[in-house]
Design a protein around this ligand. Structure first.
Ligand code: SAT
Ligand code: MN
Length: 584
């Protein structure tokens, strides 16, 4: 597709007042930010140079899964876990939604690259949006600008985004326009293209992120034999100077950013960060699995981030950061629950009004976010921009589970590891609209992000395992197990290095493990300086796991013929091992 013709067509449809082709320069960023400051949409922060605060409409704070559609030709290809709509029908709906939707606004054209420029992994997109907030975020989150257009040979992924609020002549704009009653986030994997209407929130509006780098990319990855995953990538170096890379999948707001930037509590260990949210992985000619982070920044959850939990994130956001839906202090700094200081008097809540500490409501929205360039991270991995990626030694899956799942368990082999991925369940968080705390299946932490039938996706993972004899080992972790009183059994954060150390040593065949019905468990962990009862953390209850297996059996039925028999066998073997275990 010729991008110039496409841009003209979209302008003709959306009827903006102006078209602005983004060059990606700092001057452009500063001038858009300055204009938003003059409209009081952004507030400059006094204590953080180059940083701004803003807050959204109260009904535009998270991803909206119920309005997110996969519009492939056949319903079965979207699978039972996605909303499906016939592509022609959706195009008809979009045509009428987008007709004239940018009246009175500027239409920004954002050429961007997911992945390092020139990398064989990288893919190009163009996002058209009427939101200046989206332009600023895309500048931080992607490699964006005119230089990208030069890279376009024939294909790019077009994305059209509108807040869905046209302006009448002379009408004053609101600070955060959005259209909660008419939202749709539609993906057309076979074209491919993305159309997003009615929300300005990150995951719905920054089309390079979940829409392209996961939903569309997962389909491309299946067709082209690679993996597009909801995973952080970290480098870990042992005291002897040996370095390995680990990729880890957790649902949104379950600590990926914290793990990716971990400050180890064990002396001599070092962690460096390649990415905190998305990994694109493919086998190299040496048979190893190589990963890149397609993003260039972090869109991290602010609440709970502190010098104690994630000092590297705190240093990263000390300047040139955008804050959305956190609280604002009277001296123009940001504040959130768990930042490590008391809320100052006169705090402005994320809703933009004076916060009443007695209200019982948080000052910062639980899904408040910071947007910041990865380059500002003091532990940004020197290989993070390597166009060939980094070699992955271990893959971790995890969820937020108060019970049942031990701190760490190792899969027997690749197929068993794929079974781990398929069996992830997690308590829901504020990252998506829904019932917080409710346990739901979230296979591979990809439930909201897989652009095709999840059963076929499981099969793709199994097929990938046949392509190499140097596969990463696979683990399942749970930082969130609680005792009878509801207290976390594991301190988490920097202490998680103790688990990473065991994984590191397992991948060199240096750490012992014992057999359990659910996989290999550590015989011991390096707990130096910690007073922890490992028994509870590693307890595997045959009864609880039998229930877990039963629940999985009924979940897997959802995928009907698409459910790979290999995974049903894995489940059967698990049940057999559990009943043998019970007899002992
Ligand atoms: O809002 S995002 O989808 O970008 C972040 C997340 O939920 O993982
Ligand atoms: Mn995410």
């Amino acid at each position: 597709m010729n991008y110039k013709i496409w841009i003209d067509e979209i302008a003709e449809l959306c009827q903006p007042s102006r078209v602005h082709l983004c060059d990606g320069s700092d001057e452009e960023y500063n001038s858009i930010a300055a204009s938003m400051v003059s409209h009081q949409t952004l507030i400059p922060l006094k204590k953080r140079p180059g940083s701004f605060w803003c807050h959204s409409h109260p009904d535009d704070v998270a991803r909206v899964e119920e309005c997110t559609f996969i519009c492939c030709k056949e319903k079965v290809d979207a699978g039972p876990t996605n909303n499906w709509c016939d592509p022609q029908e959706m195009h008809r709906r979009l045509k009428s939604l987008f007709a004239g939707c940018m009246r009175g606004r500027t239409m920004y054209v954002i050429p961007y690259c997911m992945g390092p420029i020139g990398s064989p992994f990288s893919k190009i997109g163009i996002e058209i949006t009427d939101s200046p907030y989206v332009v600023l975020n895309m500048k931080i989150m992607t490699r964006m600008g005119l230089h990208v257009l030069k890279q376009i040979k024939s294909d790019f992924v077009p994305g059209v985004h509108s807040v869905g609020v046209p302006l009448k002549p002379g009408e004053k704009d609101v600070p955060w326009p959005c259209n909660p009653s008419d939202r749709v986030i539609a993906h057309f994997p076979h074209e491919p293209s993305i159309w997003s209407f009615g929300s300005g929130y990150g995951g719905n509006a920054l089309l390079g992120k979940k829409c392209f780098a996961l939903r569309i990319a997962s389909v491309l990855a299946r067709n082209e034999s690679w993996l597009a995953e909801h995973m952080l990538i970290l480098g870990i170096t042992n005291p002897q100077g040996q370095k390995k890379y680990i990729a880890a999948a957790f649902p949104s707001a379950c600590g990926k950013t914290n793990l990716a930037m971990l400050t180890p509590t064990l002396p001599g260990w070092k962690v460096e960060c390649v990415g905190d949210d998305i990994a694109w992985m493919r086998f190299g000619s040496d048979g190893r699995l190589y990963a890149i982070n397609p993003e260039a920044g972090y869109f991290g959850v602010a609440p709970g981030t502190s010098m104690k939990t994630n000092p590297n994130a705190m240093k990263t956001i000390a300047h040139d950061a955008l804050f959305t839906n956190v609280a604002l202090t009277p001296d123009r700094d940001v504040w959130w629950e768990g930042i490590g200081s008391e809320p100052p008097p006169g705090l402005i809540s994320w809703l933009g009004s004076l916060w009443d500490p007695k209200s019982g409501k948080p000052a910062s929205h639980p899904n408040a976010r910071f947007t910041v360039s990865a380059k500002q991270n003091p532990i940004y991995d020197p290989e993070a921009e390597n166009p060939l990626g980094v070699p992955i030694s271990a893959i971790i899956f995890g969820g937020r589970r108060a019970s049942v799942v031990p701190l760490v368990v190792e899969a027997f082999n690749w197929a068993h590891g794929v079974f781990f991925g398929a069996s992830v369940s997690s308590e829901m968080t504020a990252a998506a609209k829904g019932e917080i705390g409710k346990l739901r299946h979230d296979p591979f932490a990809m439930l909201p992000f897989c652009g095709y039938n999840m059963g076929d996706y499981f099969n793709h993972w199994l097929e990938m395992g046949k392509k190499s004899h140097q596969l990463p080992r696979i683990y399942y972790v749970n930082w969130f197990r609680k005792d009878e009183e509801g207290k976390y059994l594991w301190p988490g954060f920097g202490e998680n290095v103790r688990v990473l150390k065991w994984i590191f040593e397992r991948t060199s065949n240096l750490a012992p493990a014992k057999l359990s019905p659910i996989g290999h468990l550590p015989t011991t962990l390096d707990l130096s300086g910690l007073d922890i009862d490992l028994k509870k953390l590693f307890h595997v209850s045959a009864q609880e796991w039998q229930q877990e297996a039963q629940e999985l059996a009924s979940y897997f039925k959802l995928f009907k013929d698409q459910m790979p028999p290999v995974l049903l066998d894995e489940l059967k073997h698990l049940m057999q091992r559990l009943s043998e275990h019970e007899k002992v």
